[in-house]
Design a binder for this molecule. Structure first.
Ligand SMILES: Nc1c(NC[C@H](O)[C@H](O)[C@H](O)CO)[nH]c(=O)[nH]c1=O
Ligand SMILES: CC(=O)[C@@H](O)COP(=O)(O)O
Length: 158
């Protein structure tokens, strides 16, 4: 979809399962916390909107997005956790460090989902600029946290 048409918070509300007794782990990167806190607030709001109980939402912080994989694993290995949402924001700098982090996190989170056979959602923004991140954390392109939460919910209804 062309960026100009993108809205991360527009999705079908069909096939939403009962999540009243589902437990969610949310791991949040502290880097760019102006952005990641907005992603977290939106994710929690969406989970509760569709029936999750606040007492069943468990947050853990990690220093940066590179650590999201291990944080996700520490949550996913808990039998009581039904789905994990990973929230981060990696902003392009001057070097290739951005590429290594994004690649590692995308592959790492995928591997955790497959290893523990449960939804582990990639709610990580990978913008070129802070403004692009803000546009996707409650701005003109919606909120990635909302998208990540509804993705977790729908996967629980698979
Ligand atoms: N530059 C960003 C980082 N860098 C830190 C790494 O994620 C990691 O914590 C460090 O390399 C030590 O392992 N992290 C972000 O989440 N966002 C960035 O823009
Ligand atoms: C994505 C990052 O880690 C970023 O902050 C690194 O910036 P730089 O590539 O300019 O060192």
């Amino acid at each position: 979809m062309a960026t100009s048409l993108k809205n991360l918070s527009q999705y079908s509300e069909n096939n939403i399962p009962d999540i009243s007794n589902k437990k969610f782990g949310i791991v949040v990167s502290e880097w760019n916390d102006q952005v990641t806190e907005s992603l977290f607030e939106s994710a929690v709001e969406t989970l509760i909107k569709y029936g999750a109980k606040k007492k069943n939402i468990f947050r853990k912080n990690v220093p940066g997005s590179f650590e999201l994989t291990l944080g996700a694993q520490w949550l996913a290995e808990l039998n009581e956790i039904d789905a994990v949402i990973c929230l981060g924001c990696v902003i392009q700098g001057e070097t290739r460090h951005f590429d290594f982090i994004c690649d590692a996190v995308a592959h790492g989170i995928t591997n955790v989902a497959l290893k523990y056979n449960k939804p582990v959602i990639f709610g990580v923004l990978t913008p070129n600029t802070l403004q692009q991140a803000l546009d996707r954390a409650g701005g003109k392109h919606g909120n990635k946290g909302d998208e990540a939460a509804i993705t977790a919910i729908k996967m629980l209804g698979f």
